[in-house]
Design a protein around this ligand. Structure first.
Ligand code: NAP
Ligand code: GLV
Length: 313
């Protein structure tokens, strides 16, 4: 079997070495512009459109991340980019879920115990005890309870704050109050003190973090966006911080990455910024998962994690 590999980061050699160990019978190569030689599988992160040209024999494209928005944006802009018979398969957890749980739990507890305010007090050499937010009303709402959101919601339950989850279809998660579909969106948002975004970026979820949504949350709510920058209407967040509807935000993802040096978010002390690092793709775990699925597909077996192109995730 022939496999092409592409990542814009300069790390193809290490990935190819690991894949060669996991699939010793495979013919692996790094894809370069101009390469239209046959391939059965493509393993990619943020590929250029040209990689898919004249790829009739391609059976599956493995995306080296959970979010397939970059590939599907290519398909939306240039319909027919993805070979019609190839399945698009995304990473499922591969060690990202525990990283996401650590990141979100840290941010939630930082706000609940008011460490963000203590950090500001320290910078002013001010000694003042602040009451923690009451646990019973510090309601956490996780937007998107798929692979990552479910793990995050479950990890938050033991801290004793009310935890809600929102998805398209109905879900049951022990200890979490779940809501599904547009009809229950307002009920999900109502009174939430910490809104955590783990939705995929699709045409339906574009700009979902906006002033209308913020207005439904508890006054002085917190926002944690770890999904995609295009979910957030940036000016709406700045306005909500100014009028006090949002007290603070932790943002890992941005419309433009790296965040431009002159972006107003850098100047706002109530926004905590990390460089798209909340849950990183781990090579060893990802190679194991993708290699197992390549073997399964080669035997004609079905695999999980296949993206529904029309749904967008
Ligand atoms: P997933 O398993 O596909 O889960 C997506 C969840 O969102 C599902 O619960 C789904 O509902 C829900 N959803 C999708 N569209 C919706 C809509 N229109 N209305 C309501 N709910 C909707 O995805 P995942 O593996 O958890 O990953 C989620 C996202 O995290 C990725 O797409 C990626 O953008 C982001 N991510 C970020 C990082 C980072 O480092 N910052 C790392 C990894 C992933 P159903 O359950 O009903 O389908
Ligand atoms: C990272 O952002 C991913 O989608 O895996």
């Amino acid at each position: 079997m022939k496999i092409i590999f592409y990542t814009p980061q300069n790390e193809a050699a290490a990935w190819l070495e690991d894949f060669a160990r996991a699939l010793p019978e495979a013919e692996l190569r790094e894809w370069h512009p101009g390469d239209t030689a046959p391939a059965n599988f493509a393993v990619v992160w943020r590929p250029p459109r040209e990689l898919f040209a004249r790829r009739e024999g391609l059976r599956a494209v493995f995306n080296l991340g959970a979010g397939v928005d970059a590939i599907l944006a290519l398909e939306r802009e240039h319909p027919g980019t993805l070979p019609r018979d190839a399945q698009l398969v995304r990473l499922e957890d591969t060690g990202m879920a525990p990283q996401m749980a650590e990141y979100v739990a840290h941010a939630v507890l930082r706000y609940m115990r008011r460490f963000d305010e203590y950090e500001r007090q320290q910078s002013e050499r001010r000694w003042k005890v602040l009451d923690a937010h009451p646990r019973e009303t510090f309601t956490i709402g996780v937007l998107g309870v798929g692979v990552l959101g479910t793990h995050v919601a479950r990890a938050l339950v033991p801290f004793g704050m009310p935890v809600r989850g929102y998805s398209r279809g109905a879900r049951q998660i022990e200890g979490v109050t779940t809501y599904a579909g547009e009809a229950q969106f307002e009920a999900f948002l109502s009174g939430v003190k910490v809104l955590v975004n783990l939705l995929p970026h699709t045409p339906d979820t574009h700009d979902v973090l906006n002033s209308r949504v913020f207005s439904k949350l508890a006054r002085g709510a917190y926002l944690i966006n770890v999904a995609r920058g295009a979910h957030l209407v940036e000016q709406d967040l700045l306005n909500a911080l100014t009028d006090g509807q949002i007290a603070a935000a932790t943002l890992d993802v941005f419309r433009e990455e790296p965040l431009p040096v002159n972006h107003p978010f850098w100047q706002e002390p109530r926004i905590t910024i990390t460089p798209h690092s909340s849950a990183q793709t781990l090579r060893a775990e990802s190679v194991v998962q993708v290699a197992q699925k390549i073997v399964a597909l080669s035997r004609g077996e079905a695999v999980s994690g296949v993206v529904d192109i029309d749904r967008g995730y």
